[in-house]
Every structure is written in structure tokens, then in C-alpha cells.
Design a protein around this ligand. Structure first.
Ligand code: CA
Length: 229
């Protein structure tokens, strides 16, 4: 049974989440404080962490940073704040999803399952990714669309590979910048928009209605998870 660690100080919320998650056959551990949460994380090696942003003492962002420094355990952030910046911060830190309070426990269970499905994909990467008439050969650094090879710059290729390797996952501009150049400087995120524009011109059948690379308003981009492409 997959193990879920909940780090949240609201006792009633933990109780409800625990009961729903256990009802879906997850094993649940919980902590009301950050340091205890981190200790449990190190001890139990959970498959996923549900992490409250607003905790007494060590807050959720510090905990996410600490976990990310050591491992890539999937993290779902719980946040009471709805500001876009907080969502961005969560994504920058490598949170795999975020949920804004108030939420229904059913929704949380659904998101947990979705994140586990996405992150638990077979480790052996398929080096040729196929999406309808678009084919990405990672080893050969080749992209074929409608049987014709598309000429991409190294940045465009890295961007496409990053997005397409996790269909449905939202990437912020800063994350994409980091993926294509190994580091990222705040303020340069908009260069991603220019790369995306060029990339779309090369791979999208209709750039006005992109089917492969979708814009996620206020956050960034994602590769379509539509399996009927
Ligand atoms: Ca809290």
C-alpha cells in the first residue's frame, strides 16, 4: 500500500484526510509540525507528501526545500492563500501539485492518485515519444511531424523534451528556463515565451489553436495529456 505523509497542523483536517485516504487503501502518517514531519519523512520513506504551506515553526516552503534537497518524493502543497505568486513559489520548489483550501477530501484523494500515476511511471524511459503525428526521438535528437523532420534549435528541443516527457504536468517559465540552460535567472522567464512561439510554429498544425503545447494562464506551459492527438 502506498504511504502518504500529511504535514498539517489543523487536527480536524488531518483526521478527515486520513480517513478518506485510508478508505482508498493508503497507509497514512501525519505530523503537525515541520521538524516532526521531516523526521517521519526520513524514517518512513513515504510515496507522497501532502504539505501545508502555513505551519507553525518551520513552514511548508522550508520543508519542501529540505525534501527536494535530498529526494524527489512527490509533494502536494496545501495552501490557504490563493495569490498567483504562492502557486508559483510552490511550483518553483518542485511541488507536483497544489490544492487551495477549502477543498473536498475526495478531490485530494483524486489528486494524490493522479500525482502518483504521473510520477510513478516506469523508470525506463521510452526514448522515442509518440503523440499522434508528432514523434520525438530523444537519443537521436530528432523530431518528426507528419513524416517530415522538423529542424529545432537545441533550446527548442530541450523545451519540447522537458514538456513532452511529463504530459499534463504544468511547468513554470522559470522551471523551463532551468531545464533548457541548466540555470535560471529571474527576469528572463519571458524568453521562454519566445521559444514556445517558435516551437509552436514548427510543430503545431495550427498555432492559433495549439494541440500539443498548452498555455496555463498565470503559471506557464504544459504538454497536452490528450491521448487522442
Ligand atoms: Ca496550517
Amino acid at each position: 500500500m502506498p504511504k502518504i505523509l500529511i504535514i498539517e497542523d489543523e487536527v480536524e483536517l488531518v483526521r478527515v484526510l486520513r480517513s478518506y485516504l485510508e478508505g482508498s487503501n493508503f497507509t497514512v502518517f501525519s505530523a503537525g509540525k515541520g521538524d516532526h514531519g521531516l523526521a517521519l519523512w526520513a524514517q518512513e520513506h513515504p510515496d507522497l507528501v501532502i504539505l501545508d504551506l502555513n505551519l507553525p515553526g518551520m513552514d511548508g516552503l522550508d520543508i519542501a526545500r529540505e525534501i527536494r534537497r535530498k529526494d524527489d518524493t512527490p509533494i502536494i502543497m496545501l495552501t490557504a492563500r490563493v495569490e498567483e505568486t504562492d502557486r508559483l513559489i510552490g511550483l518553483e520548489l518542485g511541488a507536483d501539485d497544489y490544492i487551495t483550501k477549502p477543498f473536498s477530501p475526495r478531490e485530494v484523494v483524486a489528486r494524490v492518485k493522479a500525482v502518483l500515476r504521473r510520477t510513478g511511471a516506469p523508470a525506463a524511459k521510452n526514448r522515442v515519444m509518440s503523440f499522434g503525428s508528432l514523434e520525438i526521438d530523444v537519443d537521436a535528437h530528432k523530431v518528426i511531424r507528419a513524416d517530415e523532420e522538423v529542424d529545432l534549435t537545441p533550446s527548442e528541443f530541450a523545451l519540447l523534451e522537458t514538456l513532452a516527457s511529463q504530459p499534463g504536468r504544468v511547468f513554470s517559465r522559470l522551471q523551463l528556463l532551468e531545464a533548457i540552460q541548466g540555470d535560471a535567472y529571474e527576469g528572463y522567464e519571458r524568453t521562454i515565451d519566445a521559444h514556445i512561439k517558435n516551437l509552436r510554429a514548427k510543430i503545431e498544425p495550427d498555432t492559433k489553436n495549439p494541440i500539443y503545447i498548452e498555455t496555463v494562464f498565470g503559471i506557464g506551459y504544459r504538454f497536452s495529456s490528450n491521448s487522442d492527438l
